[in-house]
Design a protein around this ligand. Structure first.
Ligand code: COA
Length: 415
């Protein structure tokens, strides 16, 4: 079966996490992704957090599936020639260098347009234009600058970063969408364009509901679904909401059987209004149905923490999976807190290709997260990441270089 992006060629100048997640997605949709790396060292993540000596790290392998790797010294004139030939043949150049690095290599937007007016140049940067545009940025900086850290954690604790890589992988996703949209627009304009996804913007986009709350707070001075209500105080900025639900349906994380020894024996419990009657029935508190303090969603808001405390007395008698089954029988929305171990072992995720076992010539078998986006006519087959420079000769031959010319470049350490 063909793939959605068959025929699209990506010149992949990305490294670390944000850019590679973007180009990996494009590769999974069928694009030919040619990753350019420096000879000898390659993407810095190949050597970071290694669990096996001298073998590409899981950090690298899990972000670079289905790509080809070539090594080229982009600062050498002959290396630049190779890259110029690639610019002419590719549809998209994706990069996440520090601000200005691509220009310093000689690949300004103007130069790229001269070489290939159809080329789309897609960049991840830490910040968009403004006071911080020249800064280097990593994941947690973006989480802090994009509003996630100030709104994550508990009221009495410091700002908190989240394990979900919303700055890197989140921005990679945003960029991938921008690239696909630019490819689509090129069908009518015939021209390429620049696509920018700034990590601060991507994180803020994912924190959209918190900017909603900022404005609600400014207008009313209080947010009744936040744990600060009714006894705590609100300042002038959105506070950290603990485990409160971000939507209109109050929720909290509750202990389940075994919580004393298992750090993940918890369940997220949502007191959705339409199933309130069932909640009362399941936990054996049917008197709440007629108690004015509990009978209506509005009446419950000042008592949410008491209510969750009572519900927890029930969840503590069940494992998180027992509670999940019992509650879902009544369509009560809830979710077990799953550990990475549980997710890695979950058969249904293996079946759908969301968790995939991949074989690598040097490290052997390892698990990865497959393509979370499923296209019915463009199935994803996850292929191992390339070894450093594995496809240099192959790609140079496709560009018309002879074996002798390739050997000469190698002797001069250009590739
Ligand atoms: N040949 C020759 N030189 C190469 C090369 C190649 N194939 N590939 C990269 N380089 C050079 C670059 O030209 C740059 O040189 P310069 O500084 O002289 O212009 C140099 O390598 C380093 O690139 P840089 O991007 O500055 O790497 P860094 O390790 O110092 O910084 C980041 C890493 C991630 C902080 C930075 O790239 C960044 O802020 N990127 C944008 C935001 C982002 O994506 N962050 C998330 C990363 S997960």
């Amino acid at each position: 079966m063909g793939k959605a992006l068959d025929g699209v060629r990506i010149l992949d100048f990305t490294h670390v996490q944000s850019g590679p997640t973007c180009t990996q997605l494009l590769a999974w949709f069928g694009a030919d992704v040619i990753k350019v790396e420096r000879a000898g060292e390659g993407d810095i993540t190949r050597g970071q957090l290694r669990d096996i000596p001298d073998v590409d790290s899981l950090y690298f392998t899990m972000l670079n599936h289905n790509k080809r790797s070539i090594t080229v010294d982009a600062k050498n004139p002959k290396g630049k020639q190779v890259l110029e030939a690639l610019v002419k043949q590719c549809d998209v150049l994706v990069e996440n260098f520090a601000p200005g690095a691509l220009d310093r290599m000689g690949f300004t937007w103007e130069r790229i347009q001269q070489l290939n007016p159809r080329m789309i140049v897609a960049s991840v940067k830490g910040f968009g234009p403004g006071p911080y545009e020249d800064c280097k940025v990593y994941e947690n900086v973006a989480q802090c600058a994009g509003g996630a850290a100030s709104t994550t954690g508990f009221d009495d604790g410091p700002p908190l970063v989240t394990g979900a890589q919303i700055g890197d992988s989140g921005t990679g996703l945003h960029l991938a969408l921008g690239i696909v949209a630019a490819l689509y627009q090129r069908n009518t304009t015939g021209r390429g364009q620049r696509v920018l996804a700034a990590m601060q913007d991507g994180v803020l986009n994912l924190c959209r509901v918190k900017l909603r709350d900022q404005q609600r707070l400014a207008r009313t001075g209080v947010m009744e679904e936040y744990p600060q209500y009714p006894n705590g105080t609100f300042g002038d900025a959105v506070p950290r909401a603990g485990n409160a639900s971000g939507g209109g349906q109050p929720g909290w994380i509750l202990k389940c059987k075994g919580w004393e020894t298992d750090p993940n024996a918890y369940i997220y419990f949502i007191t959705q209004a339409p199933v309130w009657k069932d909640i009362c029935k399941v936990i054996g508190r049917e008197e709440w149905l007629t108690d004015p303090r509990y009978a209506t969603p509005k009446g419950r808001l000042p008592h949410l923490m008491e209510i969750f405390g009572e519900i927890e007395q029930w969840t503590m008698t069940k494992t998180k999976f027992e509670a999940m089954d019992l509650l879902n029988a009544y369509d009560i929305p809830c979710g077990p807190i799953l550990s990475m171990k549980e997710l890695a072992e979950e058969p249904s995720l293996r079946k759908t290709g969301t968790v995939v076992e991949v074989d690598h010539p040097k490290r052997g078998k390892y698990l990865t997260v497959g393509n979370p986006i499923k296209l019915s006519d463009s199935p994803t087959e996850v292929l191992r990441s390339p070894l450093l420079g594995e496809h240099t000769d192959e790609v140079l031959k496709e560009l018309g270089y002879s074996s002798e010319a390739i050997e000469a470049l190698r002797a001069e350490r250009v590739i």
